[in-house]
Write a protein that binds this ligand. Sequence first.
Ligand code: SF4
Length: 226
Amino acid sequence: MPTNQPELIIKAMEIYNRLLDRFGLPEWRDPLPAVDELVSTILSQNTNDRNRDIAFNALRAQFPTWEAVRDAHPQQVIDLIRPAGLGNQKGPRIQTVLRQITAERGELNLDFLKEYNAADAQAWLTRFKGVGPKTASIVLQFSLGIPAFPVDTHIYRVSGRLGLRPAALDANQAHPHLAALFPPETYGPGHLNLIRLGREICHARKPDCPACPLTDLCDYFQLNGT
Ligand code: SF4
């Protein structure tokens, strides 16, 4: 059970390499423009990819631009995104973020963040209500090519069981902690393969440890043996 940062970094790389051996090098879908990714990721909160995509595509089919979404009647947006759940919350949040970006930048475009370092870009995005570290990190890593390590519910759970993070860290605190363990060039594949591990093997209710390639590295398995 590693107790210091250098040991944790070595453990993180071993986990990364084992998951590459098991799952291969994963690919993110074609990158979306950053504003699209931001809206898509807000829609994805507390739902699955399929429902997120239904809601996102409904918005895109109804409105030709994000400016039109921004200026639409709020109830129309809420109704269109209802398949993603929490429409009454997500709809106003999306429109508010679109209005705030427009007010600050004069247009709906986030490409200027490519000129920022990773920490400043993260700080800029997370000022907006409804844009937490996970949402910001997805936009940065997968749309803008700025290194960031998104921690979703699967990665939070799996990293706790593996002992990659202290149990007391909440999901927001886990972002900088895990980002410091992995080299930035591994963030994308590492994020995706840890999610796959969580979805297919390290289930929330009952992890399928016999099928897992990480048993000898896992604190949970060492303690529980199953
Ligand atoms: S050994 Fe079990 S608890 Fe540990 S990561 Fe694998 S499936 Fe999860």
